[in-house]
Design a protein around this ligand. Sequence first.
Ligand code: SF4
Length: 766
Amino acid sequence: MTGAPETDIDEADLVVGQPTDHVAGPKAVAIALKRAATQMGPARATRALTALNQVDGFDCQGCAWPDPEHRHKAEFCENGAKAVAEEATGRLIGAEFFAAHPLESLRTRTDHWLGQQGRVAEPMVLRPGESHYTPITWDDAFALIGEELRGLASPDEAIFYTSGKTSNEAAFCYQLFARAFGTNNLPDCSNMCHESTSVALGETIGIGKGSVSLEDVHTAELIVVAGQNPGTNHPRMLSALEQAKRNGARIVSINPLREAGLVRFKNPQHPRGVVGRGTVLADLHVPVRVNGDLALFRGIAARLLEWDALDRAFIDTHTHGFDEYAELLRAVDWAELERGSGLSVEQITEVAEFFRDSKATVLCWAMGLTQHRNSVAVIAEVVNLALLQGNIGKPGAGLCPVRGHSNVQGDRTMGIWERPPAAFLDALAAEFGIEPPREHGYSTVEAIAALRDDRARVFIGMGGNFVAAAPDTVATEAAMARADLTVHVSTKLNRSHVVTGRTALILPALGRSERDLTGGREQRVTVEDSMSAVHASRGPLTPASPHLRSEVDIVCSIAEATLGDDSSLPWSQFRADYSRIRQSIGRVVPGAAAYAEKVDVPGGFVMPHPPRDTRTFPTALGKAVFTASPVEILDVPEGRLLLQTLRSHDQFNTTIYGLDDRYRGVKGGRRVIFVHPDDVTALGFADGDLVDLTSEWLDGSERSAPSFRIVSYQQPRGCAAAYYPETNPLVPLESVALGSQTPTSKSVIIRLTAAADQTPLVQRWP
Ligand code: SF4
């Protein structure tokens, strides 16, 4: 037990300085080690960090960047160490803490404060009308859930949500339980992040996953990083980019913000990163306007066609729709592309020259492309660019969507999907003798609407912080409060535990860093990273509390308590031996044959990817498909700004590690909005002013978020940026990407008004 939890922070302490032009270095190492030692104590921290991302160790709970073949002794980044420290903290909260903190007071606290209180030590229940959580036994908790679920008028009144930290074994059991119960209501965090990627890739290349390996990144001639900030969100990616640079690659960063992570990397694994200036990464930064990417990519493609810098053989052999697309390229309106991208024709041409001069290009992207109304079309345009030059299914080239959560791709592979393919359900039926439901279930935003409209009564969340991650915070919280039962399988306290249904349960799970001795044997779990590499993970640490249970055990127990003993499903065998789950995975999950055997191989294996492996495209046409989307430009009215929501450096999704964003020069606070200096003046404000944000939507509706401090910050005119979840209240539930239903959190039209309350804010929930 180390260090008392921090109290709430007064934003009056907020200090804003200059952004940095480099990342990592000795400072990152110092911060990582200090966080680890403070939270875990030196011995536990050493055990954890020396096992992190090692072949026989455990997988980082942070992002989904793959592990290199040759791992360093310290194979983690600053934010990976923070993720472990958050989970493996020695701080523990139980009956005493909850007796001292009524729900009402917990609701006034920030997610940062809630998270800093420590691990939840035992199962807790909030009964109808009560003001405090109280302890409950595991068996009573499972029985309560079983009774509520069986009491529903329809299985579709239940929602089974998954956050991307859930292991493959737990995810497979969870989807089996939900389908045996009778519903496909399996929304997940991917709905809110890379769903636009999965939809666009599914339609264009036939599989919703990236097509590159780490080796491709290392050997690429050109690497394009669009709408992504790896310095904070995927830091070990910088090591791969550095290696590529040393191999002669060129790197282009496409982002409204010039993020320090793509300017210069001081790799602490190398002397040049410790005492030297490190490695300059991006050869070109392209300050595209928020949501201006499609216009930019379209311009690049038009130049490539003009210069005939194409792989005609690939196009002729492997693609469909080139002629129609080429017609569109010949007819581009350059003035429209300039207006849409916020870039000049010269700037667009300069980027196109990088593509022209590369024989092997890797295209990387993240949320900056996926959370807009036209995101599916934007990502289809990225695919168009790759197809024009045959940059798929060859060394040093391909599509690289980088996932933000460690196992979000694995969960989807295991069947966590509200729109499961028929073939998967057929295999499930054959393996378990059940009749899985065929009707598609609720996505994340549909699940919230179902709770709001009383079409859903029970919400079960595997990990995550649903109400903080979801858009339209006020509406989402009101919807959650209408539920009869909310259940969260979690490690630590967060906002979703204090915005509850009539009855609420917190079921404290083992963390990935902890030893899992379920069934009286040491159990391993498996995960899949952004590059489809599957490997085992085994936690070395003594669990924080003797009352914790594994995710697999919890899911199997809920299933038994709900479906009853007459269920022929092997919950007890699964619980006793996870390899039994892996055997079923091998027979049900496409591409996972011999799964149990393959994960026993040190380092694991890579799931098949026909476009990458054999240039085979499992689309309806059996070809890769060019997409001829219109260039839609989001026009912003005079006196308004186009806001993108983003993470600070001291944050992982909705987990707030701390209140600094040192690469952007922010210290001690989070309620800031980054605005171009000339826009600050043009809007009649000054740097440091406190403003309220109001979003304006086509249907005339508005949403507001109070008290943000203006920070003058270089970016394209008319654009702005601020952190989520503080800005999630600005995005209506209905504002989603076409085709993927991903919330449009990256393009929000706002107006600024002088804050109604000018007193500096004490950090509070939004
Ligand atoms: S890059 Fe991602 S997976 Fe790797 S240590 Fe950092 S947070 Fe963890």
